[in-house]
Design a binder for this molecule. Structure first.
Ligand SMILES: [Fe+2]
Length: 338
């Protein structure tokens, strides 16, 4: 029978692909945006006032950003080395799409990519100007240097789909990564591209992307739904009659674009205790904006908590990467389990 030999949870955002000096390039956008934080919405200035006792200014000086960026690089290295050491044959990746493959014309709640080929490519020169500030600099971290095709894993993807439909999950399927000529972002989304580039170091094994719409209301699947689907993915792998060594990766999060260390730490505690009840009981209001991507972690947890992996996951590092005194930035986290 196929066997899960490795679980991973990783963040994947632009702080990991830009220098510490580049992080504040996003602050202009932070100042224009409204930020969900602890079930309420705030402007940048309101957050500065609300969080003034947290000493966030001292946590986003250039020196401190450089220290934290070095820890991020070290964390990714540990993850990629672990991947290399474990040599999984195939992989299932729980991620989300951020208006990359799926635009406003069609956004399914949950899609199984069933195709044989997954393509990605750099952002075309003429589309770079369409990108939000501070994002293009990070695109090497998830886009390859030239048009590249990676192997899908149709057999497992279709098994998961059939099992899902039988168990009342109404799934979307895709056999072809769409090309959206007007959009700057093409190919598989960054949640998956980051794993191919930075964790697998471009040696991509056949894989099933599971694409949840964590970001965009009104059809975001909730935490319990994704946890339960993760369980079904695990059952499908258990019943798959071959000797393949399988990895499961949750890609996304942690809290951003307003960092909340207490909320993030709840995940590490829950992982230590395989505490599904806490993870699936979190109100959906907490999972808005970038923080919604932590649902990809819950999705993977549904599969991994029941996988037979022994002990508990290893937290490699947790690095809140602040870029402003409002607490904006991205909290990065790296966890593996063998
Ligand atoms: Fe993301």
């Amino acid at each position: 029978m196929a066997k899960i030999v490795l679980g991973m949870w990783t963040t994947h955002g632009p702080t990991l692909g830009t220098t510490a000096a580049q992080w504040p390039n996003r602050v202009a956008a932070d100042k224009k945006n409204i930020h969900p934080f602890r079930l309420k919405d705030y402007s940048f200035d309101q957050l500065v006032e609300l969080r003034k006792d947290e000493n966030l200014g001292a946590q986003c000086t250039l020196e401190e950003r450089q220290r934290r960026k070095a820890r991020c690089d070290a964390g990714i290295k540990v993850m990629a080395d672990k991947w290399e050491e474990m040599k999984p044959d195939v992989c299932v990746i729980m991620g989300n799409d951020q208006r990359e493959m799926m635009l406003t014309d069609l956004t399914p709640a949950l899609t199984v990519f069933c195709g044989d080929t997954i393509w990605n490519e750099p952002v075309p020169e003429d589309k770079v100007k369409l990108m939000p500030p501070g994002i293009h600099e990070a695109s090497w971290s998830h886009n390859p240097e030239s048009y590249t095709e990676y192997p899908g894993l149709r057999e497992l993807a279709e098994r998961i789909t059939r099992m899902g439909i039988k168990s009342n999950f109404d799934l979307g399927v895709s056999y072809e990564i769409p090309r959206n000529p007007a959009h700057y972002s093409n190919g598989i989304g960054h949640a998956f591209g980051f794993v191919y580039r930075r964790i697998m170091r471009d040696k991509v094994v056949p894989n099933v992307p599971l694409v949840a719409n964590t970001f965009y209301p009104p059809n975001q699947p909730d935490a319990r739904r994704l946890y339960n689907f993760g369980e079904l993915v695990g059952e499908t792998i258990d019943a798959w009659d071959n000797d393949l060594r399988v990895a499961i990766i949750g890609s996304g999060g942690m809290t951003h674009f307003c960092i909340d260390e207490e909320f993030d730490n709840m995940f590490f505690d829950a992982f230590k205790n395989k505490d599904a009840k806490t993870l699936t009981g979190i109100d959906d209001g907490w999972f808005q904006s970038g923080t919604s991507e932590l649902k990809n972690w819950i999705h993977a947890a549904g599969c991994l908590f029941n996988s037979g992996l022994k002990g508990s996951p290893t937290v490699v590092d947790y690095i809140p990467c602040y870029r402003s005194e409002a607490g904006t930035g991205t909290a990065n986290g790296f966890v593996y389990w063998t």
